[in-house]
Design a protein around this ligand. Structure first.
Ligand code: NAP
Ligand code: MG
Length: 491
């Protein structure tokens, strides 16, 4: 079966008739095919979104009415949790329990933005006091318009939800382009939206290649806002394209996040969170704490325990029981990560464990969990985002040195610090240049808080009320209330 594009409420083939293979990274089998959209399809999808936005009814509904449909979408997803999680495993490779988290978080995301749409509906326009008593101003907030949403492959449905839920809550119309590597659950989201009664054209889903579908979407003059998650390189290209029309953009990009572990930490806790910070989702996580800084006093004992625990990590098909590490998402990511591992070996870093393809698995893109210690500050494995199950470790001897090393990166998405000294944790948290800082843990993410990065990790914030504001414009409406003539030209 070939999945079609969802445009203006209808499922259609790509104009070119072309398709893309969808591959299960655990077996390397082609499991499905999807339409491969090009510029013509993007034009039709953007027109559908434009018409839907300009003529209503979605953009003209009030927040409470929109909330009803968003909650129905949440329910539609919730009842299909296991099925959708299974599709995510087939498409992306992650272990099934982690895929179930993704679906649960997706449900929570739609419910959260339904609540915000309700709250928005009940919030009166803001009145602003002005310095001239003759005028009054109120500020109204309106949907930004047509949104082009482009997402990566690491959390396929959840990344769609982070953009689609707040955009719909705000009253926008959306054209969503999932990654060519993991398109399946985005298409299921289209089906969910239809069943929930979302009007035609409000959510259009176009599968296709970055260059053929993503690029024309980012360049389309009728797209008011671009919401992008992906690599720095593509983000920069999208920003340049968006500059031509001065489009509103938000970017969630890469990371090389540090985890600073002080010597007063409990070793078991430290090992647990270091492993979780890099090996969940195969390390294909933008906020993965992939650079670990450990204070001298516990450096070797932590490394020893990390080695022991990492070697127990069960590797295999994410559909099988008790798997903790699935395959990398595709051949090219597998090759890229292996390439970094080889560079790491050549850099003189100490290979503590792992360092190659997983043993005993002759099909699928499986790598061993890999730990490098004594990593050089200037090596590529320390500086560049690997986006795989590879962690780099280095020692430090003072708090000042740790902060300096942690902040010495072009990225600033996330960071973590562990110590029993709360004041020290707070001090380090405030010194770290990153949009998300975890204390005594790494990775837990909540829909209520802001998500996004400093430096090359992006622009703007998703999630929470910040994610909602991403899709709103502010309009001031200023009234002259006075009977007094203005009296400048006409005396
Ligand atoms: P990517 O190659 O930049 O792709 C992201 C999306 O952009 C995909 O849908 C891709 O389509 C599309 N695309 C590619 N070229 C394009 C172009 N010229 N114009 C418009 N769209 C284009 O990134 P990825 O490899 O999928 O994802 C990994 C990256 O995402 C990592 O750097 C990671 O850190 C980052 N990430 C960040 C966050 C965050 O919240 N900050 C979250 C998750 C991931 P195709 O897939 O079809 O090429
Ligand atoms: Mg796939």
């Amino acid at each position: 079966m070939i999945s079609k594009l969802l445009i203006n409420g209808s499922w259609v083939n790509a104009c070119s008739g072309e398709t893309l293979d969808v591959i299960d990274p655990a077996t390397e089998d082609v499991i499905h095919q999807v339409a491969s959209a090009g510029k013509e399809d993007i034009n039709v999808a953007v027109k559908a979104a434009r018409d839907a936005f300009d003529s209503g009814p979605w953009s003209e509904m009030n927040g409470a009415e929109r909330a009803v449909i968003l909650r129905k979408m949440a329910t539609e997803i919730e009842v299909r949790t296991n099925e959708l999680a299974g599709l995510e495993v087939l498409d992306n490779g992650k272990p099934l329990p982690e895929a179930v988290w993704d679906i649960e978080d997706t449900v929570a995301c739609f419910n959260f933005y339904a609540d915000l749409a309700d709250e928005f509906h009940n919030t009166p326009d803001e009145k602003i006091a002005l310095s001239d008593y003759r005028f009054t101003t109120r500020v109204v907030r309106e949907p930004v318009g047509v949104v082009g949403a482009i997402i990566p492959w690491n959390f396929p449905l959840l990344m769609a939800a982070w953009k689609v839920a707040p955009a719909l809550a705000a009253g926008c119309a959306v054209v969503l382009k999932p990654s060519e590597v993991t398109p399946i659950t985005a298409l299921e989201l289209g089906e969910v939206a239809q069943r929930a009664g979302l009007p035609d054209g409000v959510l259009n889903i176009v599968t296709g290649l970055g260059a053929n579908a993503g690029q024309p979407l980012s360049a389309h003059p009728d797209v008011d806002k671009l919401a992008f998650t992906g690599s720095v390189q593509t983000g920069s290209r999208i920003m340049q394209t968006a500059a031509r029309d001065i489009k509103n953009i938000s970017l969630e990009l890469g990371g090389k996040s540090p985890f600073v572990v002080f010597a007063d930490s409990d070793i078991k806790q430290a090992v647990e969170w270091i492993l979780f910070g890099i090996f969940w989702n195969q390390g294909e996580v933008c906020s993965a704490t992939s650079r670990v800084l450990i204070e001298d006093g516990i450096y070797e004992p932590v490394i020893e325990r990390l080695k022991e625990e990492a070697q127990k990590i069960t590797i295999g098909n994410g559909m099988h029981d008790d798997i903790l590490l699935g395959p990398l998402v595709n051949k090219s990511q597998y090759d890229k990560v292996l390439g970094f591992i080889e560079q790491g070996k050549r850099s003189g870093a100490r290979l503590v464990t792992g360092g190659g393809p997983a043993k005993g698995l002759d099909k699928g893109y499986f790598l061993e969990p890999t730990i490098f210690a004594d990593v050089e500050e200037n090596s590529s494995i320390w500086r560049e985002e690997i986006f795989g199950p590879v962690v780099c470790i280095k020692s430090f001897s003072t708090e000042e040195e740790a902060v300096k090393l942690a902040n010495d990166s072009e990225f600033g998405l996330a960071a973590a610090v562990m110590s029993k000294d709360d004041d020290r944790c707070d001090r380090v948290a405030s010194a770290l240049r990153a949009g998300i800082v975890w204390i005594n843990c790494s990775q837990p993410t909540f829909v209520e808080g802001p998500w996004g990065g400093y430096k090359k990790s992006g622009i703007g914030r998703e999630l929470g009320r910040w994610g909602f504001e991403n899709y709103l414009e502010e309009k001031q409406i200023t009234r002259y209330n006075s009977e007094e003539p203005w009296g400048w030209y006409v005396k």
